[in-house]
Design a protein around this ligand. Structure first.
Ligand SMILES: [Zn+2]
Length: 233
């Protein structure tokens, strides 16, 4: 079903330090050919595009092994139904305005791919944590940040409606990989130069909860989820 998104675990569980992997790359590849996520113990970022899965760690990219496990991932099948060519320099905010102009509603999900030339991409890759796992807000305080300039590559991500905060990351969530598939991370800021955007509306979500005791016992009843997510994303 190409109109549906598969998601393993929830953003709020990551915020609480539920970082143990519960699904393999092999299993995830049955759920889609396009997506993002994070790895066991928060050891870097995952990006999947055209069925290829990459592990982004310390700003560098390698292929994911089939048995690697992830605590959190969002996957879909992506065809890129709407295509837009942008031939000018746009800040992240301006890029988001362009995306919004091509979305029929902000109450549904979108899978989004942005390919081409980027003037600047600022990324982070979360670092491997040790038990007892600290909450993600603590991890984000010291996250390593990498800046790429004048690169070609691909951003893979999703638009998630605001009301889904806690399950997902409300608004835009992108991961980036360069054209040589050697560098990338979770996008903090971006300036595009000449890109092709493809996007696809998604109107169904399969939420596959973490089934570990750690998840079952976690206190996920947060007062200000939106604020905590903004701190880490
Ligand atoms: Zn991310």
């Amino acid at each position: 079903m190409t109109s549906s998104i598969y998601q393993k675990s929830t953003m709020v569980a990551l915020l609480e330090g539920v970082y143990d992997g519960t699904i393999t790359k092999e299993e995830l590849s049955q759920k889609g050919d396009f997506g993002l996520g994070t790895f066991q113990a928060l050891d870097g970022e995952m990006l999947a595009v055209d069925g290829d899965f990459y592990h982004l760690r310390e700003g560098e990219a390698v292929k994911v092994h089939s048995k690697d496990i992830l605590p959190f991932a969002v996957m879909t099948y992506f065809k890129g139904r709407t295509e837009i060519n942008l031939d000018k320099v746009l800040t992240q905010k301006e890029l988001e305005q362009q995306l919004e102009a091509n979305m029929s509603s902000q109450n549904v999900f979108y899978a989004i791919k942005v390919e081409g030339a980027f003037q600047q991409v600022k990324t982070r890759t979360v670092a491997k944590q040790n038990k007892p796992y600290p909450p993600m807000t603590k991890v984000a305080e010291s996250q390593p940040v990498f800046e790429l300039e004048n690169v070609k590559g691909t951003m893979v991500g999703f638009f998630t409606p605001a009301y889904v905060a806690g399950i997902g990351v409300p608004g835009y969530h992108f991961h980036f990989i360069d054209e040589y598939k050697t560098a990338g991370g979770h996008v903090l800021d971006v300036t595009v130069e000449h890109v092709k955007i493809s996007l696809e509306e998604k109107t169904s979500l399969e939420l596959d909860l973490d089934n570990t005791q750690r998840f079952r016992n976690a206190d996920l009843d947060k007062e200000d989820i939106q604020k905590e997510i903004e701190e880490v994303e």
